[in-house]
Design a protein around this ligand. Structure first.
Ligand SMILES: *Cc1c(COP(=O)(O)O)cnc(C)c1O
Length: 235
């Protein structure tokens, strides 16, 4: 067995234990393998361990890699900071965008999504701990943004995403995730049944247990699947 295969198994065990502790079905939680800076070969090993969903942060890197991996049935998720001039290519290449952080980006993604393709799945990124260094919508503006994004024809608004301030202790990690869960519930209370959100994209290598305990439906795991990142990713 390769190291990546073993690591995937260990991550799956962690997801299963956290789900059991939370009294949740493990099938509710999708494992997204964050493959930024990793090779096409690494991705193929993860695919052999039944990973289907991959997350990439940089458009050019993703374009080259997706071509190289060349396997049907995989789902590609854009999770990086999205620039205005890249929305067309992202809307064409990806199945999901987790990092929509401005209304203008949402409008452009919808306008650029090919009508032959199903609507692009998106999450709105929330700056959950109100950090100057992080992008994302402010908590108090989110309900207005949801109303606008729901009207965009080529987008399927699936839910919310956050990258909380890094914390060591699980109790502290859970506080930020709980905030996101509350916002999610409030939004869903107000939405019609066919518009309801079903995705909470939260939790990474360091804090996936805390995220699952607070309701994560997608955890985004890089280092604990592929090992420490050695290369610095470039745009
Ligand atoms: C890199 C990255 C991850 C994965 O982080 P790890 O700590 O390596 O698991 C998750 N989400 C986003 C948005 C990232 O950029």
């Amino acid at each position: 067995m390769t190291l990546i295969t073993e690591r995937v198994e260990r991550v799956r065990e962690r997801i299963t234990s956290a789900a059991q502790l939370a009294g949740r079905e493990v099938s509710e939680i999708k494992l997204l393998a964050v493959s930024k800076t990793r090779s096409a070969d690494d991705i193929r090993v993860a695919v052999a361990s039944n990973i289907i969903d991959f997350g990439e942060n940089y458009l050019q890197e993703a374009q080259e890699k997706i071509k190289k991996v060349y396997l049907d049935g995989l789902k590609w998720h854009f999770i990086g900071t999205l620039q205005k001039n890249k929305t067309r290519q992202v809307a064409e290449l990806f199945d999901w965008v987790h990092s929509v952080d401005r209304i203008e980006i949402a409008k452009r993604l919808s306008a650029h999504r090919n009508l032959q393709l199903p609507p692009l799945n998106i999450c709105l990124q929330i700056n959950i701990d109100d950090e100057l260094t992080k992008s994302g919508f402010k908590i108090k503006e989110i309900s207005k943004i949801v109303e606008q994004v729901i009207e965009l024809p080529q987008l399927n608004l699936r839910g919310l995403m956050a990258i909380p301030a890094s914390k060591i202790i699980e109790i502290d990690q859970r506080k930020s995730f709980a905030k996101l869960r509350h916002i999610f519930a409030e939004i869903n209370n107000r939405l019609d049944s066919n518009d309801k959100l079903d995705t909470l994209s939260m939790g990474m290598s360091q804090d996936l247990e805390a995220a699952i305990l607070e309701g994560a439906t997608i955890v985004r795991v890089g280092s604990d699947i592929f090992g420490p990142r050695l290369k610095v990713a470039t745009n």
